[in-house]
Design a protein around this ligand. Sequence first.
Ligand code: AMP
Length: 282
Amino acid sequence: MYLFTRVSNLQQFLLVQQQNGRSVGFVPTMGALHSGHLSLIAQSKAENDLTVCSIFVNPTQFNDPNDLARYPRNPVKDIEMLEGVGCDVVFLPSVHEIYPPDLDTTPQISLGQLDKVLEGEFRPGHFAGVVQVVKRLLDIVQPARLYMGQKDFQQFSIIRFMIRELHLPVQLVMGPTVREADGLAMSSRNVRLSETERSIAPAIYQSLARIKAALDTAPPPLLAEGEKQALTAAGLRPEYLEIVDAETLLPVVTTPDKSRQIIACAAAWLGNVRLIDNMILT
Ligand code: AMP
């Protein structure tokens, strides 16, 4: 496995690969890797000649400085894990490499309502940072395919929108959410849960699963409100639990139109850890 920390060295290497007709799959991450990340690497390896994984804790997407300070970092273990699954290239840039002071990396794009709802309501500026870093990384790596997880469904929707809007020559591929045996969606932040919190955390998955099972039996807002209360009763502090249209991310208020994809999305605090999850309902 090759490891690069400098943009110029990575680009030189990738140019030769691409000139030799090798297709590149790209998996951007913030490290503290788990099986969810590794499943994206496996998917990329199956569909491309070369897989590049970046590890970069992007400061511009953290609206909460405490969250940035507490974000788990474990580059040595990450590199071992990537080597273990046969990743070809790992890119570990510094903040300065990604955001050199003389380069304007802010994409000129309006996200409409996509970054105002759900996460956007509670994490102002978060998606502007996500769009900025993904655009910058795509400019550097220029992959044929970009792999992102369903776990961060709104992030996926926004990157899909950006790719269309800016006509970027990359195919976006969604990887399914990888879960622990009890349903908890894998997340780098899970390591910060205490033993008690960890035992409560699967309540989010259970609420989403109950919504899916009951979708035809009650109006979506009522189902969502009931499960939000169930989360509170379980000991979580939900920020939102909404049933939304998967394309517009706007709430579904009447009987779901089965021709459209509908998704339940949730965010809740457990102690000082913020967890998100979602489930596609139709
Ligand atoms: P992160 O390191 O949290 O920024 O995540 C990097 C990529 O891995 C994103 O595309 C995430 O959606 C994806 N990802 C995170 N957790 C999971 C999971 N449990 N299953 C599948 N993909 C995931």
